[in-house]
Ligand binder design. Structure first.
Ligand code: J2J
Length: 539
């Protein structure tokens, strides 16, 4: 076990999960074969003009898995996957599942600093990228990164690769028999938003992730008639498996890949492909609703919109059904495991005002105060969770695991949550030092450390500030040396270190000295209040 502690409760839990049917005896690669046996010629993936049936997909997955073996990849090897929403993403991921190698789900928005940190942590043998996407040259970034990463033997490119990468298509070869992984083996590594400066990877097993996707598909009422639009970046847990791509394929539905979640692209795809369901983060809901005022595309096929990742304001929630003509489902999820959903037949008030309740009857949720004691019913506390698809430790992070998991195996989410009288949960805030910017989680420490190296900065603290459009924006509060750096100075400094734009501060606030709490720590609440006053709620 990753956090180095193996207690007797664990064996008991395992038995219970096994007994109650939450330990599915499947691997994700094996499941694709089963789905192909059932749904063979039905369309599985649509990516622009490319349309692949289950049988096409299965064949391509076999051929790519064989190519990976030829390159020397083995079960347990890590492979960094940074592909945009595409058929190539799905094929590559399933080929790795089939082989038992572990995809690390990087986001297209990640830049050199993030990717290099992931490589140092996980030592991937290969890195899969598009040649270019949205104007960014991934191949030249990959080549730079490879120089500092001895583990990284192969750069595999979806598309034209030039002389320095290997095109994915070229490595496909005749299928071969593979031993393959076991259901209880790690299947993939998801990225955690994290609360420290270093990245954290979340190991999910074949069995737990299969349960996650299949049970979610059932809860959402998916069927072979379902058409899922993958609009959010597909390396994220939400569009990947909640129920997302995996859940849709598990029932014989079809997945439509959108390159971006823009209303323009998504509305067109919904009309063309008869999309029945999709998932968004709240800031995108705002953009879609805004666009809907003048864009009268045919969205009549859309039945369900899932919204999660950050707080959905009830006023926004209320506009969804009238404007888009579909039902709303709120999702409070985390890549670490626990998924809470409002149910399709919940009363409207529950759907609009709560984030639902756990997917699995064996999910154990407790809400605790600062001393770790359960709060009274109806009170707000930090959510801790243990269950059949919630991890018991991050990958290669023994020290962090000791702090993040309780001795009896509960994950301490850092979310402040309240339970309503009818058993639903409402997210009220968080204790973790993180910014939730348009659903993207950024650890404050991740920005503070490189920022403190700026020559104009004496010391700095990064805080979230409420923002109408993004949910939260990032404010760097600084004590400067002689010359106060501008926001542009700081953004330039961070971009120079390979930090993507979305992680860079949106504003900067100078203070003469740190306000302190009674125990002498920097008073972050006071800084948040100062930043709010300085910039206004929706600057
Ligand atoms: C408030 N905060 C929320 C919500 C997540 C489905 C949906 C989302 C994620 C996700 C996911 C929230 N209201 N409805 O993996 O499968 C915040 C909490 C949580 C953190 C997890 C899924 N839904 N959050 O967002 O791993 O703070 O997963 O702990 O990216 O997002 O972030 P992440």
């Amino acid at each position: 076990m990753d956090n180095g502690r193996c207690e007797s409760w664990q064996a008991e839990q395992e038995q219970r999960y096994e007994h109650e049917g939450y330990r599915l005896p499947h691997t994700l690669g094996g499941l694709l074969r089963e789905w192909t046996d059932r749904f063979g010629d039905a369309p599985a993936l649509i990516d622009g003009a490319l349309r692949l049936s289950y049988a096409d997909m299965d064949r391509k997955v076999d051929r790519l898995a064989a190519g990976f073996v030829r390159l020397g990849l083995r079960a347990g090897d890590r492979v960094l996957v940074q592909l945009p929403n595409s058929a190539a993403f799905a094929i590559c991921t399933f080929a790795l599942f089939r082989l038992g190698a572990w995809p690390i789900m990087a986001m297209p928005a990640h830049r050199e600093k993030d990717i290099a940190a992931l490589c140092s942590l996980a030592e991937p043998a290969a890195y899969v990228i598009p040649r270019r996407f949205l104007g960014f040259d991934y191949l030249s970034m990959a080549k730079t990164i490879q120089k500092g990463q001895p583990s990284l033997k192969h750069i595999l490119v979806d598309g034209e690769a030039g002389s320095s990468g290997l095109p994915l298509e070229q490595i496909e070869e005749s299928p071969r028999d593979l031993l393959g992984p076991n259901p209880s083996d790690t299947a993939l590594l998801l990225l955690s938003g994290g609360t420290t400066g270093a990245p954290k990877l979340i190991p999910r097993t074949h069995s737990d992730y299969a349960y996650n996707a299949i049970a979610s598909a059932q809860l959402c009422g998916l069927s072979s008639e379902s058409v899922y639009l993958a609009a959010l970046p597909v390396g994220h847990n939400f569009p990947l498996a909640c129920p997302g791509i995996l859940g849709t394929l598990s029932v014989g539905g079809r997945v439509v890949m959108a390159k971006t979640p823009s209303s323009e692209e998504s509305f067109a795809l919904i009309g063309q492909e008869g999309v029945t369901m999709t998932a968004l983060v709240p800031p995108l809901v705002s953009l879609w609703l805004e666009a809907r005022k003048w864009d009268h595309s045919d969205l009549s096929s859309l039945r369900l919109l899932q919204v999660g990742g950050s707080r959905l304001a009830p006023e926004l929630a209320r506009q969804i059904t009238p404007a888009l003509g579909c039902r709303l489902q709120q999702v409070f999820g985390m890549a670490e495991g626990l998924l809470c959903y409002t149910r399709l037949d919940d009363p409207q008030e529950v759907i609009l005002n709560t984030q639902g309740r756990p997917l699995c009857p064996a999910d154990e949720v407790r809400l605790v105060d600062a001393h770790g004691l359960s709060v009274a019913s109806g009170e707000t506390g930090e959510l801790q969770v243990r269950g059949p698809y919630t991890i018991r430790g991050y990958y290669r992070a023994p020290e962090h695991n000791k702090r993040t998991f309780t001795v009896d195996g509960f994950y301490q989410s850092g979310d402040l949550v309240r339970q309503t009288a009818d058993g639903n949960y409402v997210v009220e805030g968080r204790v973790k030092e993180q910014i939730n910017r348009a659903g993207e989680k950024i650890a404050a420490a991740e920005i503070e450390r490189p920022l403190a190296e700026h020559p104009g900065i004496e010391s700095c603290v990064v805080v979230p500030v409420p923002d109408e459009r993004l949910g939260e924006r990032t404010c760097a509060v600084i004590i400067s040396r002689d010359r106060t750096p501008t926001l542009q100075d700081l953004q330039y400094h961070l971009a120079g270190q390979g930090m993507p734009r979305y992680k860079q501060p949106d504003q900067v606030l100078e203070v003469p000295a740190w306000p302190l709490t009674t125990v002498g720590k920097v008073d972050k609440q006071r800084l948040i209040a100062l930043a709010r006053t300085a910039f206004g709620e929706a600057a």
